[in-house]
Ligand binder design. Structure first.
Ligand code: 13P
Ligand code: SF4
Length: 360
C-alpha cells in the first residue's frame, strides 16, 4: 500500500466491506484485505459525496471489480452504462479509450481516469490521419472501427463495434451501405475472426492486442493435453489459430456468461489475468486453469489512484467537442442496434476456415 493512506481497518469498515470480502476471499489474503478494505470503504463514501460512479472493466483486479465497481462488464456494457448513467462524475476503471468513449457519450459529465498512461496497443496502432487515407483508398466502403481506438479515429468512423457485436455490426454496415465489403480496423485478429463468420469481405489493419497476440495454438493444445476435460474460452483478439483449437470465442462479458450459465467443471479463459479471478468469485463450482497474460495498461489502475482521482478530481478526460460530436455518431449507431436476433451460441463457429482478409 502506498504511503499516505492511513485508514484503519475498524469493525465498521469490516462490516461495510463484508459483501466484497465474500467475493474476493479466494484471491485476496486477510492481510491484504486489512489494507484494502479501509480504502474501499473510503472510495465508496467519496462516490456518494461526489455523485460519482465507477465503471470497471472485467480486467480490473478483484478488489476494484468487486469492491468499488458500480457497473462492471465488457467494453460494450461500459459504453452503454456511460450513456445511461445520471451521475455527475464517471471514474473509468479501465483504459483511456474507454474513458474517452464515456466522455463522447456523456459530454456534460466529468470523466476521470486514475492514470493517464493506461493506454492500449490497439488504440495506439492507428490515427485519424491513417483512417482518412484508408477512406481515400476505398471510397464508398463503410469504416467499422473497434471501440479500442482514440476519439480521433472514431470521428472518422461510420459505426463502432466491440468484440461482443463485431459480426452483427459488419453485416449491418454492409446492408446499410449496400456493399459486400467493409473496412474493419484496427485489430487484425478480430478482423480475421469476424471474416470466418460472415460472407461480407473484410479489409483490415495490422493492429494487435499485445496481451492476446501472445497466445499460440501450441499453448492451447498443451493445456488440453494436461487438462483434457477443460473447456477453453478465448477472446476474439487472439490469433485465429488459437480460436480454432478453442471451444468458444467471445467478449469478456460473453465468457463470463458462458461460465455462469453452463457451469463447466473446469475452464480455461484465454485472456487477461484478472478476468478469471473476477468470474471465479461467482462460479464457485468451476475450477479455473490460469494461463493468463497481464495487460500492463489495465494494471495501472489501482485502489490508491482511484481514491486519489476522487479526492484530487483528476485526471479529467477531455475530448475536443467537434471530434466528440462526430465520434458520438459512430458509437451511438452501435449502441442503437437492436439486440442480435439470434440467441447467443456457445459453440465456436469454425465453418469458414482460412478466409483471407485484405490487409492494408
Ligand atoms: P471486451 O470488449 O471483450 O471487454 O474487450 C476489451 C478489451 O480491451 C479486451 O482486450
Ligand atoms: Fe488493449 Fe489488449 Fe490491454 Fe485490451 S488487453 S486494453 S486490447 S492492450
Amino acid at each position: 500500500m502506498a504511503d499516505g493512506f492511513q485508514f484503519a481497518f475498524t469493525p465498521e469498515v469490516e462490516a461495510l466491506t463484508q459483501p466484497a470480502w465474500e467475493k474476493v476471499k479466494r484471491h485476496v489474503t486477510p492481510m491484504e484485505w486489512r489494507l484494502q478494505a479501509p480504502l474501499i470503504a473510503e472510495i465508496n463514501r467519496l462516490k456518494r459525496e461526489r455523485n460519482a460512479v465507477i465503471l470497471a472493466h472485467n480486467y480490473m483486479t478483484p478488489e476494484i471489480f468487486h469492491g468499488v465497481g458500480d457497473y462492471v462488464g465488457d467494453s460494450l456494457g461500459l459504453a452503454k452504462e456511460a450513456a445511461r448513467s445520471d451521475a455527475a462524475v464517471i471514474v473509468q476503471a479501465g483504459v483511456h479509450f474507454m474513458a474517452e468513449t464515456s466522455k463522447i457519450l456523456s459530454p456534460e459529465k466529468r470523466v476521470l481516469i486514475p492514470d493517464l498512461r493506461a493506454g492500449c496497443s490497439l488504440a495506439s496502432s492507428i490515427t485519424g490521419a491513417d483512417v482518412r487515407l484508408i477512406k481515400q483508398r476505398y471510397p464508398g466502403l463503410p469504416v467499422v472501427t473497434y471501440v479500442n481506438t482514440t476519439a480521433d479515429v472514431k470521428a472518422e468512423t461510420d459505426i463502432c463495434c466491440t468484440s461482443a457485436n463485431a459480426v452483427q455490426v459488419v453485416e449491418e454496415a454492409a446492408r446499410m451501405w449496400g456493399v459486400d465489403r467493409v473496412i474493419l480496423i484496427p485489430d487484425e485478429f478480430l478482423a480475421r475472426n469476424v471474416a470466418r463468420q460472415t460472407e461480407v469481405g473484410i479489409i483490415a489493419w495490422k493492429g494487435r492486442c499485445e496481451v492476446h497476440e501472445r497466445f499460440t495454438a501450441a499453448d492451447i493444445l498443451e493445456i488440453k493435453a494436461a487438462w483434457p476435460d477443460a473447456e477453453v474460452l478465448a477472446h476474439p483478439e487472439c490469433p485465429a489459430e488459437v480460436l480454432e483449437v478453442s471451444d468458444f470465442a467471445g467478449s469478456t462479458a460473453a465468457m463470463n456468461d458462458y461460465v455462469l450459465k453452463r457451469k463447466p467443471r473446469r475452464v480455461v479463459l484465454i485472456t487477461e489475468c484478472s478476468m478469471a479471478d473476477n468470474v471465479a468469485a461467482d462460479a464457485v463450482d468451476t475450477e479455473f486453469v490460469r494461463p493468463c497474460n497481464l495487460c500492463p495498461h489495465m494494471k495501472r489502475i489501482t485502489l490508491e489512484n482511484i481514491y486519489e482521482a476522487l479526492v484530487e478530481d483528476r485526471y479529467e478526460v477531455i475530448v475536443d467537442p467537434a471530434i466528440a460530436e462526430r465520434a458520438r455518431l459512430a458509437v451511438q449507431r452501435m449502441i442503437d442496434l437492436p439486440p442480435p436476433a439470434k440467441p447467443a451460441r456457445y459453440d465456436l463457429v469454425k465453418a469458414r476456415h482460412h478466409v483471407d482478409v485484405e490487409l492494408i
